[in-house]
Ligand binder design. Structure first.
Ligand code: UDP
Ligand code: MG
Length: 140
């Protein structure tokens, strides 16, 4: 077991519906510590850089519009195996496939507007944290 950090976003569909606290409770109940957090409003261009890995996918333009449609809460979560644990707490990308009790099962509206983002590997976690947070903001 290793103490890890992962990057998380509470997406516009969730901030619009006032679900930040309910989602944070899910992280904390799972033993994930919110060690950094800020609410920002992305431009479409910033969302496009963040999701550049999906640039060739048919949903990319709609995804960038959605991510820039309202504020997001970006976060660094810390805990034992935080990357995998967060993916478990989030549930499957499509809420129709998400296990009961997961964030996406309880809160997501559809495969696009699915309430949360979470890093999928150590390399992406490090890149995503560095895109949104400076070292000075990571106090543990
Ligand atoms: N997405 C979408 N349609 C799809 C697949 C993904 O709109 O068919 C969106 C959805 O918001 C998802 C994001 O693109 O969370 C990134 O997709 P990915 O496959 O990386 O899913 P995740 O890692 O978020 O579970
Ligand atoms: Mg992903």
């Amino acid at each position: 077991m290793a103490l890890e950090r992962t990057f998380s976003i509470i997406k516009p569909d969730a901030t619009r519906r006032n679900l930040t606290g309910a989602i944070n409770a899910k992280f904390e109940e799972a033993g994930l510590r919110i060690v950094a957090q800020k609410r920002i409003h992305l431009t479409k261009a910033q969302a496009g850089v963040f999701y550049a890995v999906h640039a060739e996918r048919p949903f990319y333009d709609e995804l960038c519009d959605f991510m820039a449609s309202a504020p997001i809460v970006c976060q660094v979560l810390e805990g034992e195996n935080a990357i995998t644990k967060n993916r478990e707490v989030m549930g499957a990308t499509n809420p129709a496939d998400a296990a009961p009790g997961t964030i996406r099962a309880e809160f997501a509206q559809c495969v696009g507007e699915n309430s949360v983002h979470g890093s999928d590997a150590p390399e992406t976690a490090a890149e995503e944290i560095a895109y949104f947070f400076s070292g000075l903001e990571l106090v543990g």
